[in-house]
Design a binder for this molecule. Structure first.
Ligand code: NAD
Ligand code: DAU
Length: 338
C-alpha cells in the first residue's frame, strides 16, 4: 500500500509512521508536513533513511502540490495535519479554519480527482462538545463544538461526510480522545507538566482542575487507525477511547508522585474560556465491529511517558525554545526556564 500521511512530523503522525513502517515491510509512506511550530523532523530521525519513507515539506492547502503527490498513485490518505491546540485557537482562530477546514477540503477534492481507495479523517471527541457527570458520546451524538479548534474539526468532518455522500470519496472518520506519549509538543497538559515539574516550575491548572478527559496512550490510537484503515467500513465514523477518565488534578498528582516533586508546584490560574467539563466516548462500535481495544494500562502509559521526557531532555528543551517561547511570552507570564 502507498500512503499519504499528512502532518506526519507532529505527535500522533510521527508515532503512526513509526508504527506502520515497523509493522509492514511493503508499505510506502509519503509524509506531507508544513513543519509549523508543532512539526519536527527529529521525531522521525530513526526512520528517515528507510527506503519506504519520503518526506515532502508543504502545505495541505496547496492544491497543486497535493495533486502532484496524488497523481503519482496513492492508495490511502491518513489525514493528521491540523492546528491542534485549543488555547491557540482561542488566541488566533483564523489559521485553524485555513488548515483544518480548507486544507481538508483540498485533500478531499484531490482524493476525488485521483480516485483514492481510503481517506481517513483523523478527528477528535471534542466535536461532540461537553458532558456532565454522566453519559458518553456515541458516533450518532450531535456535533456541538465549543472552541474554534473543535468547530474547525467538526467542519472538516462534515466536509468529509459530504464528499462521501456527494462524490463517493471513500471516507472514514475517526474520533479519538486525549492522546499522550512520546513526542507530544510540551504545550499540552501532560508533557507541559512533566517538563515544568522536572525544573521545579509551576504547573498552571486551569480553574478548579476538576475537568475530565479520557486518556489514551498514543500507540493504542495508532493501532486503532491501522485496523480502521484496513478493515473499517467507508462512510462510517468510529470513536476511539482509552477508557481512562481522570481529572486534571489526578493526572497532575500522578506526574508529581512519579517525579517525586511537591504539590506546592500546582498553581490554579484563570480558566480556559468555554472549557469543556468532561469528555467520554462510547467505543462499543469499534470494539464489536473491528475487535480493537486499548492495550496500555493508564499508569503504565504515564510512567513510560514520564520516563521518555526524562531521557529526552535535549528534544524538548529545543522544542521549548524558539516559537514556543515567543508564543508563551506573548500570552502568559513565563517563568525563567533555567
Ligand atoms: P500536532 O500539533 O502535534 O501535529 C500537527 C502536525 O500537522 C504538525 O507536524 C504540523 O507541522 C502539521 N501541519 C499543521 N498545519 C499544516 C498544514 N497546513 N499543512 C501540512 N502540515 C501541517 O497534532 P497531534 O496532536 O499529533 O494531532 C494530529 C491529529 O490528530 C489532528 O488532526 C488532531 O486534531 C487529531 N487528534 C489529536 C488528539 C490529541 O490528543 N493530540 C486527539 C484526537 C485527535
Ligand atoms: O480530546 C482530544 C483533544 O485533546 C484533541 O483533539 C486536541 O488536539 C488535544 O490538544 C487535546 O485537547 P485538550 O484541550 O483536552 O488538551 P490540553 O492538553 O490542552 O488540555 C487537557 C486538559 O488540561 C484540559 O482540561 C485543559 C487542562 N489544562 C491544559 C493546559 C495546557 C490545564 O489545566 N493547564 C494547562 O496548562
Amino acid at each position: 500500500m502507498k500512503m499519504l500521511i499528512t502532518g506526519g512530523a507532529g505527535f500522533i503522525g510521527s508515532n503512526f509512521i513509526r508504527y506502520i513502517l515497523s509493522k509492514y515491510s511493503d508499505c510506502r509512506i509519503i509524509n506531507l508536513d508544513k513543519l509549523t511550530y508543532a512539526g519536527n523532523l527529529e521525531n522521525l530521525s530513526d526512520v528517515e533513511s528507510s527506503p519506504n519513507y519520503r518526506f515532502v515539506k508543504g502545505d495541505i492547502c496547496d492544491t497543486e502540490l497535493v495533486d502532484r503527490i496524488l497523481k503519482d498513485g496513492i492508495d490511502a490518505i491518513v489525514h493528521f495535519a491540523a492546528e491542534s491546540h485549543v488555547d491557540r485557537s482561542i488566541h488566533d482562530p483564523r489559521i485553524f479554519v485555513k488548515t483544518n477546514v480548507l486544507g481538508t477540503q483540498v485533500l478531499l477534492e484531490s482524493a476525488f480527482k485521483f480516485k483514492i481507495d481510503r481517506f481517513i479523517q483523523v478527528s477528535t471527541d471534542e466535536v461532540y462538545g461537553t458532558l456532565g457527570r454522566e453519559g458518553s458520546f456515541s458516533e450518532s451524538s450531535p456535533l456541538q463544538p465549543n472552541s474554534p479548534y473543535s468547530a474547525s474539526k467538526a467542519s472538516a468532518d462534515l466536509l468529509a461526510r459530504a464528499y462521501f455522500e456527494t462524490f463517493r470519496v471513500p471516507v472514514i472518520i475517526t474520533r479519538c480522545t486525549n492522546n499522550f506519549g512520546p513526542y507530544q509538543f510540551p504545550e499540552k497538559l501532560i508533557p507541559l507538566f512533566i517538563t515544568n515539574a522536572l525544573f521545579n516550575q509551576s504547573l498552571p491548572i486551569y480553574g478548579d482542575g476538576l475537568y475530565v478527559r479520557d486518556w489514551i496512550y498514543v500507540e493504542d490510537h495508532c493501532k486503532a487507525l491501522d485496523i480502521i484503515l484496513h478493515q473499517g467500513k467507508v462512510g462510517e465514523i468510529y470513536n476511539i477511547g482509552g477508557g481512562n477518565e481522570r481529572t486534571n488534578l489526578e493526572i497532575t498528582d500522578l506526574i508529581l508522585k512519579r517525579l517525586n516533586k511537591p504539590k506546592s508546584l500546582i498553581k490554579h490560574v484563570k480558566d480556559r474560556p468555554a472549557h469543556d467539563r468532561r469528555y467520554s466516548l462510547d467505543c462499543s462500535k469499534i470494539k464489536a465491529e473491528l475487535g480493537w481495544s486499548p492495550d496500555t494500562p493508564f499508569e503504565e502509559g504515564i510512567f513510560r511517558t514520564v520516563e521518555w521526557y526524562v531521557t529526552h531532555q535535549e528534544w524538548w528543551k529545543k522544542v521549548k525554545s524558539g516559537e514556543y517561547l515567543k508564543y508563551y511570552q506573548k500570552h502568559y507570564q513565563l517563568e525563567d526556564p533555567s
